[in-house]
Design a protein around this ligand. Sequence first.
Ligand code: PEP
Ligand code: MN
Length: 461
Amino acid sequence: MYSPRWPPGTPGRIRRRAVERTLADRLEAALARPAAQQPGWPDPDRVRAVVRRLTAGEPLVTPAETRRLLDRLGAVARGEALLLQSGDCAETFAESTEPHLRANLGLLRRMALVLTHAAGLPVVTVARAAGQYAKPRSAAVDAHGLPVYRGDIVNSAESSHTARTPDPERMVRAHHHAREAMTVVRRLAHGDLADAHALHEENHRFVSTAPGGRRHRARAAEIGRGLRFMTGVGAPAPRLGEIWTSHKALLLDYKRTLLWADPDGPEPRLSSGLAHFLWIGERTRHPDGAHIAFAELLANPVGVKIGPNTTPEQALDYLRRLDPHGEPGRVTLISRMGHNRVREVLPPIVEKVTASGRQVIWSCDPMHGNSRTTAAGYKTRCYDHILDKITGFLEVHRALGTHPGGLHLEATGEDVTECTGGARGLTEDNLPARYRTACDPRLNAEQSMELAFTVAESYAT
Ligand code: PEP
Ligand code: MN
């Protein structure tokens, strides 16, 4: 039977045993439910051996950190802060490098700086990083009849039967990369990506040189004046807070490893040692399935993607199950209906949840539900649709008086060509130049900053 690990200083062996037994039983019961989107591992014994090895390894995050994030997210749920979550659609082992992480995390911070200025609120920065290696897929085989690529944690994207056969050893490699990535995240978050002056310098360059930046010069100038004023009056150099990590709770054989017991919340729960924040995807949120049952057990703040078919009753049901004690910040509902559905699908959901008196973070994923494949076979998204989805989300919340607390983007600080549009006018013909994503198309650095400055206008107080 699996026993969770305990944080230092947790007393009482007898109580520990009882809590461990309950948590282990509930975990087994959750994982015994039907689970969508899991790989067909060829050799279950090897999977069990890998799970045992990983379980004995080192967690990446602690329950104390995760509780701190829950506290910050409580402020978002109450309307006193914003949540910005961003990063790759799918992290790869090959791009698990310091330069790539620095580019993505730097972009996250630069966007956060702009939103903080506009909204006059702290922005909680959560990276899609250090574990975002598994992908849900709509078909089990690709156009050539090969098993689909399910992310580097499961198989390789190369087109051969051997490469596509799920290999549980990849979970060990994923954990190794995630641990290294976590070290980089911590170093950068407390190092130069905390420095508001340095982040602003880059934003200043963007508004001075990029076609999408020029119309935002006034805001950038105001941020610059604010920073100089603080220096002038002798205030300590302003530094941004932590960068928290997140990924989709998809691959349950990985997610079941490195769980802490967390006896400190309203009921004993399991705190994932793999990331601070986990979310359940659109294709794995079945109410009777393993993923939601697993999320119920977690002490971590959790997100649930809500797509165009989510009913108000379903949304409320997620909240009752995932947040039975009414902890603000515990659940983030991430709307991912397309730009042409949000204005119709989201309002009854928000009304129903609001009428129940529950506090939830309303976040907007304008990326999923807004994709299409070009004639040349590139999966892409259009900047205007992404912006329109966010605009629709903001309109709905303004009309209902609720706090549009979060944005959830697939974006990279690199100069890729994966999404069309933006002021530089990327077209379908530009996509092949630097189309690098392992899965869905990401906004590049310029498109992301243009989006951040534009959306900031709607948050301006
Ligand atoms: C994702 O966020 O990586 C994702 C695949 O989202 P969804 O579950 O909404 O499709
Ligand atoms: Mn994606």
